[in-house]
Each structure stands twice: as structure tokens, then as C-alpha cells.
Unconditional design. Structure first.
Length: 363
């Protein structure tokens, strides 16, 4: 598989390689042409790559060729930029952005806004080395390397599921609140963190109730993401048969975990005040409508074995967090955090620094 990935990189053809949370095998999807396929209503089948702002194009890499297996080790030099600190100017800019966010929240009905920044690092660490080290460092994350010649190259290790659908069974999570992970240390989550995660849970549950009769929400528990820990609730249910995965995706994205609440007002603030294009950061990605054929007996008592085939579809989508864009000479990291009325700008800055180290560690 390594040779094929190198060949696709060299020929500048679209591909995606990914490793699912807690899996050992890598999957890779290779597109046989350099056409730019886009998604219109999520009835398509392929690997989807969606931006934060849905007025921009959602890209699809069709399943032209899919390989699955162990990936050979990349024998190229490995460096790290973990100790690299952002500039004083970036610090000041982020503090100002967060202060503005807190002020707007305190003076309006907005409860939460997720504010972010990007950080450019001069690095030519090879994409396949980045992919390998993300896999080594973050076994419980969804780790990927994605490329399309007309769009660019992205890599990441995200802890967050947007939605997984197996037939009509829908599962998702509400993830928010961030602390540094410390071995054997019990975390006492503060009111700000509990609230920011509850906003996400309530929103997701309310949105899903439009399509699911019995929505189940688990208690919030700590969810480790490399050197960080978040608060996480699992949310699930069975989608009523008149709806599709497209309805669920459209209702969920962008959740308050990466945008804010109320959605439209938070989004308007982000688009106006962040002053940069998030592009695919805080968008989502993953397998869309993978078709699985199963054979079943029409009648179990019937020894004649009149089997019939059913096609079941499954999708597994993740929120594009802890990610970077790879250009020829730079690695551009995207990082953010949830702001509420109680946010402390300096702590929010520190949180983005801690999140950036997830990526710097492998550069
Ligand atoms: C927006 C990001 O994280 C989100 C997901 C988990 C915890 C978050 C937080 O604590 O603020 C964010 O909502 C990011 O990592 O860039």
C-alpha cells in the first residue's frame, strides 16, 4: 500500500488513507482520475470531505479502488516541532478575538462561540511520515491523510465523531471541555466546561429528535485525546425509515462543539471576526454510504434455503479537528476552543497552544 500511496502522491492523483479509532489496519481509497467530484445531497457513496462553511463545496473521493491492510514503515527522517511557540502577535490577536467573543455573549442571547486560529509552521516533514506518526501517537483517534490536486492536502487525528449510521442505527457524540491529560488524576470539571458540553448535548439531542423517536443520551464522562481530555456523552437511536443520513448530517453540522449556539448567530460572528478561512477545519470527513450486501433466508424454517439479498448502507463521519493543511513548505495548523460568558482569554489561548502540540509533535 505504501508504494501505491507514494505513486499517487507523485502522480498528483486524489486519494485518502485513514485509520479508524482503535483499529490497526489502514484503509486507502484511490480515485482513478483527477476529476473534482462534489456532493449534492449525501445520497452519494465515497469518502466525503466537507468544509466548515457549507456554502463552500463538499468533496467526494469515490470508491474507485479501496485497499485495506497493514502499512509498511516509512524510512524517512523524523523531526518534531513540539517546543515551537507561536508569535507574541498571534497571542495578542487571539486574546482580542476571545475578549470580543465574551463581550458579545455577555450582551446578547448567544451562549457559546467556538473561536479559532491558524498557525503556519515551516516544515517539510513527509506526508506519509506525518500519517505514520499520527497513527502511532493517537491510537484512539480517527487519523487520516487526504489529497486532491485541486484542493490540497490535509492530515489530522480527530477525537470527535459527527455521526455513524449503520442501516437506521444512528450514533453520535457530544464532545467539549478540554484539560491536559494527567495519569491517575481525577478531573473536577468546572461550571464553564460542564455548561459548554451540555450546550452541545442538548443541541444534538434536540436536532436528532426530528428523525429519531427514542434518543438515548449517556452521562458525560472523560474522553482522552492524546495529551488532552474532553467531556463526552454518547447519543444514539434508531432513525425513522422515511429519513436519510443526509437529513441527519444537515441537521447536525455545524454543532455547537465547533460553531456555537444559537448556530446561525455564532456562525455569523465566526465568519466575520475570525478573519481567516477555516476551509476544512471543523468540517467533517469519512465514509459515506458504504454499501454492504448481506444474504438472508427468507424463511428460517424453509430447508429449501430461499435466500435473498439486502443492501445495507453504513456511514462513519468525523469532525475535522486536530488537523493541518500541507503545502510544499508549510504545515498550517488549525486550532480553536469553545467560548462562553465565563471564558478567561489567557486560558483559552493556552488551550489552543496545548491543542496545537498534538500536531507539532509529529512535524
Ligand atoms: C474546536 C476544537 O475542539 C472542540 C472539540 C473538543 C473540545 C473543545 C473545547 O474544549 O473547546 C472544542 O469544542 C479544536 O480542537 O480545534
Amino acid at each position: 500500500m505504501l508504494n501505491k500511496l507514494s505513486e499517487y502522491l507523485q502522480k498528483q492523483l486524489p486519494f485518502v488513507a485513514y485509520r479508524k479509532p482503535n483499529a490497526t489496519k489502514v484503509k486507502a481509497v484511490f480515485q482513478h482520475s483527477d476529476t473534482l467530484h462534489t456532493v449534492t445531497d449525501f445520497s452519494e457513496s465515497g469518502f466525503v470531505f466537507a468544509p466548515f462553511d457549507t456554502s463552500q463545496q463538499t468533496i467526494l473521493i469515490p470508491f474507485d479502488e479501496v485497499l485495506e491492510g497493514e502499512l509498511e514503515t516509512v524510512t524517512l527522517p523524523k523531526t518534531t516541532t513540539e517546543a515551537l511557540m507561536p508569535s507574541a502577535e498571534a497571542h495578542k490577536k487571539h486574546l482580542q478575538l476571545v475578549e470580543k467573543g465574551v463581550e458579545v455573549i455577555q450582551n446578547s442571547d448567544i451562549q457559546k462561540i467556538v473561536l479559532s486560529r491558524k498557525e503556519e509552521i515551516e516544515s517539510q516533514q513527509h506526508p506519509l511520515v506525518i500519517f505514520e506518526r499520527l497513527r502511532e501517537n493517537y491510537p484512539t483517534a480517527f487519523v487520516y491523510l487526504w489529497y486532491h490536486p485541486e484542493v490540497g492536502m490535509w492530515a489530522g487525528a480527530t477525537p470527535e465523531t459527527l455521526v455513524s449510521a449503520n442501516g437506521n442505527t444512528i450514533k453520535t457524540m457530544s464532545l467539549a471541555g478540554t484539560r491536559k491529560f494527567e495519569e491517575n488524576a481525577a478531573i473536577s470539571w468546572n461550571q464553564k466546561e460542564i455548561e459548554e458540553q451540555q450546550i452541545v448535548t442538548d443541541y444534538i439531542a434536540a436536532q436528532l429528535k426530528k428523525f429519531i423517536t427514542n434518543v438515548t443520551v449517556s452521562e458525560a464522562t472523560p474522553h482522552r485525546a492524546g495529551s488532552l481530555v474532553h467531556l463526552c456523552s454518547m447519543i444514539s437511536g434508531r432513525m425513522n425509515s422515511e429519513f436519510t443520513i443526509g437529513d441527519i448530517i444537515t441537521a447536525l453540522h455545524p454543532t455547537p462543539a465547533i460553531c456555537g449556539f444559537p448556530t446561525e448567530k455564532a456562525k455569523a460572528f465566526i465568519l466575520q471576526e475570525e478573519k481567516y478561512n477555516r476551509a476544512f477545519y471543523t468540517g467533517f470527513l469519512g465514509e459515506l454510504n458504504v454499501k454492504e450486501e448481506t444474504s438472508r433466508n427468507r424463511n428460517r424454517k424453509n430447508q429449501e434455503n430461499s435466500a435473498y439479498r439486502t443492501v445495507r448502507s453504513h456511514s462513519e463521519l468525523y469532525v475535522n479537528l486536530r488537523c493541518m493543511e500541507l503545502t510544499d513548505t508549510k504545515r498550517i495548523l488549525y486550532i480553536g476552543g469553545g467560548i462562553t460568558k465565563d471564558s478567561n482569554p489567557e486560558s483559552e489561548w493556552q488551550e489552543t497552544v496545548a491543542k496545537s502540540q498534538i500536531m507539532k509533535r509529529v512535524l
